[in-house]
Write a protein that binds this ligand. Structure first.
Ligand code: ADP
Ligand code: MG
Length: 284
């Protein structure tokens, strides 16, 4: 669905090149995460992929079309949630969705159903000026679905959301994947990347340092051990066992039988650990 080769981009007037030769591909039905600290070039990349920033160097193809040659028809086919929501503040939520819906010539989604999807069904007639930041973010998310796109570009979709709404948004993104849609997701939140992305690209200072599946990365780079916490005479004790041959490990099975086990975890690396190890930078 997305094919990017040697993508370079410099903002007019900037001395430094923002994107320094990006290379990646995204397949149909995939949630692809673009993970990196603030200023890495994530939003710039998204803005190129949605046809907003032109004059790039290299090759950028989305659904088979090189973006240098696109026209307005391209916007009919993609769904976009920008990093910063932009709505008419004197209009209500439903009025705003109707304005954006009218821009599409093809089949569109029911705005009320979209509001319901993100828990804003009671707020359709409220003006945007009365919306909190989190409500605007959720409305912004809905907007990306108006034209029933095959591919979604979501820039920091959970930023500013409370944990309950962040979970809702993550579940909705997963549901899109289940329906065969493709998602390009930009974030500096490693939990989001870890939980929902099939693959992530680590981007730092306009360069991709690595592309891989979060699960594979965490398993491969983690320690192959299981840590057991159990209670003995009211005191919490810890024991570690190698994962290899754990089924035949007698000390391990004796402990499980004899002790009051409270927690048991394999020692995977977190995605943040790996990001720091690979890039030498933290995500903050
Ligand atoms: P991210 O989304 O990863 O936080 P951005 O793509 O927004 O990063 O920004 C990458 C770099 O490009 C930053 O150094 C930023 O200052 C610069 N930049 C972003 N937008 C503009 C712009 N409109 N004009 C000039 N420079 C910009
Ligand atoms: Mg950004």
């Amino acid at each position: 669905m997305i094919d990017v080769r040697d993508l370079q981009f410099t903002y007019p007037g900037n001395r430094e090149t923002t994107l320094k030769g990006l290379q990646f591909g995204v397949g149909r039905g995939e949630i692809f995460g673009f993970l990196g600290p603030s200023g890495a070039g994530k939003s710039t990349t998204q803005n190129i992929l949605i046809g907003l920033l032109k004059k790039y160097q290299g090759l950028v193809r989305v659904m088979g079309t090189e973006l240098k040659g696109i026209d307005g028809n391209y916007y009919e086919k993609i769904g976009v949630a920008f990093e910063v929501p932009n709505f008419y503040s004197k209009f209500t939520a439903l009025e705003n969705l109707d304005v954006f819906r009218a821009l599409y010539s093809g089949d569109t989604a029911d705005p009320r159903a979209l509001l319901e999807m993100v828990g804003l069904e009671k707020d359709g007639d409220t003006r945007i000026s009365g919306f909190s930041k989190g409500m605007k973010m959720r409305l912004n998310f809905c907007r990306a679905f108006l034209n029933k796109p095959e591919i979604l570009f979501l820039d920091e979709p959970t930023a500013g959301l409370d944990p309950v709404n962040a979970r809702k948004v993550k579940n909705l993104i997963r549901a899109e994947r289940a329906a065969g849609k493709t998602v390009f997701l930009t974030t500096h939140n490693m939990n989001v990347a870890e939980e929902i992305c099939d693959r992530v690209a680590f981007i730092v200072e306009g360069r991709i340092e690595l592309v891989d599946s979060p699960r594979e990365l965490m398993v491969r780079r983690g320690q192959k051990k299981v840590r057991v916490e159990y209670r003995e005479d009211g005191i919490i004790q810890e024991a570690e066992f190698p994962l290899k041959g754990i089924g035949d490990n007698r000390d391990f099975s004796c402990l499980l039988k004899a002790k009051d086990v409270e927690r048991m975890h394999t020692q995977e690396a977190t995605l943040e650990d790996i990001f720091i190890e690979v890039t030498g930078r933290s995500l903050a």
